[in-house]
Write a protein that binds this ligand. Structure first.
Ligand code: AMP
Ligand code: ZN
Ligand code: ZN
Length: 323
């Protein structure tokens, strides 16, 4: 029997990179401490911060909200939750139920944005009408809605459930494709731009998907196991993840070493690379690198006018906070 390094009880997980086997109690403690350390290492959170946590119903963002809520008094932060119903059929319906359960369980003030109700289109409809790939439309909508709601709630930052495995996959992908300018967006904390964009933080940056799954399971958190039906079966990210997991089995610790070295900025000086100039969209006032933002352009492409955007903003800005 595998036993816990700290209490000799039965271990539920073995973490080769840390040379530890841990029981449930000590695994929970380990995870909470680890997230706290990452938050400090990358200076993600300051006292008094109001944080909007984006929860999808999957294991990662669910684990994230649970851990942040355990840390909320230590860090002296206020948490808000958000779920965006993107209109992806059964996947959205089922994940929404899980997220609602979670908000209730943790007593988190939250907003639920229904895209069809507020914009008039579901993600697949937007994608079809604009002839743009579903995943890119979906990413665009998520970034936009998170930004609007966070500004409205006067949140200092938006927290997402991106894990170490996600970050490694994104970094290598952008690197392989030669999109070096994109690498800066992958920092654990992207600084806020006053009045335009709250900071974006990734507190699970040093947590693996395996750890976040085990955490959600042993704590019986409500999670939806289904996968988005529009998610491509094969992608560079998925392949990089499996390659790195193979490396990790043979060389425990290689994933975290890679990430920490990368964020130190020796290979790519992340301090000198910036997001480029961020302006205010001349139509909707949200951040954009061009005069008119990507969502306004998308809607114009479909409708030949921008009217819908302003209505959409009004609607989502007046969604009530639920408890
Ligand atoms: P993804 O883009 O699906 O890999 O998700 C990355 C992160 O975005 C998740 O960890 C969540 O924090 C957030 N997220 C994804 N989908 C939603 C959603 N429907 N509502 C709110 N947040 C989401
Ligand atoms: Zn123990
Ligand atoms: Zn705009």
């Amino acid at each position: 029997m595998m036993i816990c390094k700290f209490c000799q009880k039965k271990a539920i997980i073995r973490l080769p990179y840390a040379r530890l086997s841990l029981c449930q109690v000590h695994f929970n403690e380990f995870m909470v401490k680890k997230v706290l350390k990452s938050i400090k290492r990358y200076k993600m959170i300051s006292k008094g911060d109001r944080i909007l946590v984006a929860v999808s119903g999957g294991k990662d963002s669910t684990t994230l909200l649970h851990i942040l809520s355990l840390l909320s008094s230590t860090l002296n932060i206020e948490l808000y939750g958000i779920y965006i119903d993107l209109g992806l059929g059964e996947y959205s319906e089922k994940s929404k139920q899980k997220v609602k359960e979670l908000f209730k369980l943790l007593n988190i003030e939250h907003v639920i944005v229904d895209l069809k109700e507020s914009l008039g289109f579901k993600v697949p409809e937007l994608s079809k009408l604009s002839k743009r790939p579903t995943c890119s439309v979906c990413g665009l909508i998520k970034r936009y809605v998170l930004n609007v709601i966070a500004l409205n709630l006067k949140a200092n930052s938006i927290a997402t459930g991106h894990t170490m495995d996600d970050m490694i996959a994104y970094i290598l992908k952008e690197f392989i494709l030669g999109n070096y300018g994109q690498l800066v967006k992958l920092k654990p904390k992207l600084e806020a731009i006053a009045g335009l964009m709250p900071a974006r933080i990734k507190p699970l940056v040093e947590v693996s998907e395996r750890e976040s799954l085990v955490y959600a399971l042993v704590n019986n958190l409500p999670i939806y196991h289904g996968e988005c039906p529009y998610r491509p079966q094969e992608s560079i990210e998925v392949e990089i993840k499996s390659f790195f997991n193979m490396l990790e089995t043979r060389h425990p610790g290689i994933k975290i070493q890679f990430l920490r070295k990368f964020f130190k900025g020796e290979a790519v000086n992340l301090k000198d690379v910036t997001l480029g100039e961020i302006k205010k969209c001349s139509i909707c006032g949200m951040p954009s690198s061009t005069d008119v933002c990507a969502l306004c352009k998308l809607i114009y492409r479909i409708e030949g006018s921008y009217n819908r955007i302003l209505e959409f903003l009004d609607k989502i800005n007046s969604i009530e906070l639920l408890r």
